[in-house]
Design a protein around this ligand. Structure first.
Ligand code: RFL
Ligand code: PHB
Length: 388
């Protein structure tokens, strides 16, 4: 097989990149380790920045997002017994859209299928070769056969655990990481959301987040030690923990019910600054991870896609120099979202190593945010999304 761009990974980054390149007349083959149903069963992000929505429009796949997504003009912050609102619309003139990653992925798969673009699922033993030459190859097992894709460029969109980043020689890879001493236990439940906007809540018992997918489907998270297992958390224990961590008005309004999904995600900050290696370009979670507190993972994957598709489109029409700027442009924005996600995380979570002094400073920072329009504006500007 031969194509212009071989895309490894059929998550949101790979699919969006494929769709945008297709609109520019560039051929892609996409390979994905899992089945389409498996990819569509993963419950992940829920909040889209305005830039993400713009890219979905540019890709010609924003119809359902506009019909079924929920524009949010603000967010609630809980601080102990108190709760205050950050008004994105007033402070920035922008808003975010609540629309699940599952739905984004479904829309992109449907568009890829409708356009007849080649997609190979359940591939195994993926290996990348010749990345420093003019014609790299990607080999893999598919339906019992070993296959090879020869291409001009490889887009490594295969998430944090994928093989693309590992194909860069270790001594050439520049990576930095911070691991947090807790995770998020998340549940999905067929209950109405507790509030019309998201609530990020800091309490003595730890952090909690009240989010949603639609009027009848809620997504809630509580901070848990990484030593906890999902089996330790009955639904009753989860609801009690959530209720104890959100302000009383919200706790009283909370409607509980059986969970239909429950999982624990570790929190990590990670950047591989070597986003380009020869003809390989890393994009999205393959290159960087943020803790979910600022809702930036999927959105930062999208800004990478934007820079990469512009660069690849230029390269495919003869301007290879555009590729040289990709890593620098992407990383400049990546580091701003790293900083914001780290800041939101340290503002709202309970850290086991915190001293009494650290906790007082954290409380003072939350009070300052509650009282200062300038502080709220800084949060709002980053939450709705920095420009590309
Ligand atoms: P993905 O989604 O991990 O997709 C990578 C794809 O590559 C495939 N793959 C391979 N394919 C072929 N060959 C191989 N050898 C392969 N190895 C792996 C995988 O099967 C997969 O399909 O990465 P991508 O596309 O870069 O997208 C990134 C986002 O998924 C991620 O950043 C977000 O989900 C993070 N995130 C959030 N981001 C937000 O912007 N807003 C949010 O509100 C938000 N909430 C979250 C989140 C992530 C969470 N978890 C579970 C980590 C909430 C949670 C709980
Ligand atoms: C979600 O709805 O899953 C969600 C929303 C906001 C976050 C993280 C996750 O910051």
């Amino acid at each position: 097989m031969r194509t212009q761009v071989c895309i490894i990974g059929g998550g949101p980054a790979g699919l969006l990149l494929g769709q945008l390149l297709h609109r520019r007349g560039i051929e892609t083959i996409l390979i994905e380790r899992k089945s389409r149903d498996y990819v569509l069963s993963r419950i992940r992000a829920g909040v889209l920045e305005r830039g993400f929505v713009g890219l979905m429009e540019e890709a010609g796949v924003a119809g359902r997002l506009h019909r079924e997504g929920y524009p949010h003009d603000g967010v609630m912050i809980g601080a102990g017994a108190e709760m205050f609102r950050i008004d994105f619309a007033k402070l920035t003139g922008h808003r975010v859209t609540v629309y699940g990653q599952t739905e984004v992925t479904r829309d992109l798969y449907e568009a890829r299928e409708a356009a007849g673009l080649p997609t190979l699922h359940e591939v195994d033993e993926v290996a990348l070769q010749g990345l420093e030459g003019a014609s790299p190859t990607v080999t893999f097992l598919h339906e019992g056969e070993r296959k090879t894709i020869r291409c001009d460029y490889v887009a490594g969109c295969d998430g944090f655990h994928g093989p693309s980043r590992q194909a860069i020689p270790e001594e050439k890879r520049r990576e930095v990481e911070k691991v947090y001493p807790f995770g998020w236990l998340g549940i999905l439940s067929e209950t109405p959301p507790v509030h019309e906007e998201l609530i990020y809540s800091s309490s003595k018992e730890g952090f909690a987040l009240c989010s949603m997918r639609n009027e009848t489907l809620s997504r809630y998270y509580v901070q848990v030690p990484m030593s906890d297992r999902v089996e330790d958390w009955s639904d009753a224990r989860f609801w009690a923990a959530l209720r104890a961590r959100i302000p009383a008005g919200a706790a009283d309004a909370l409607v509980t019910g059986p969970s239909i999904e429950k999982s624990i995600a570790p929190l990590r900050s990670f950047v591989c600054e070597t986003m380009r290696w020869g003809r390989l370009f890393l994009c999205g979670d393959a290159a960087h991870i943020v803790p979910p507190t600022g809702a930036k993972g999927l959105n930062t994957a999208a800004s990478d896609v934007y820079y990469l598709y512009e660069a690849l489109a230029a390269a495919c029409t003869g301007d290879e120099a555009a590729l040289d700027a990709y890593a620098e442009k992407a990383l400049a924005r990546v580091w701003k979202t790293q900083r914001f996600s780290w800041w939101m995380t340290q503002l709202l979570h309970h850290f086991p190593e915190q001293t009494a002094y650290d906790r007082r400073v954290q409380a003072a920072e939350l009070t300052f945010l509650a009282e200062s329009e300038a502080a709220q504006k800084a949060l709002a500007e980053q939450y709705v999304g920095l420009p590309y």
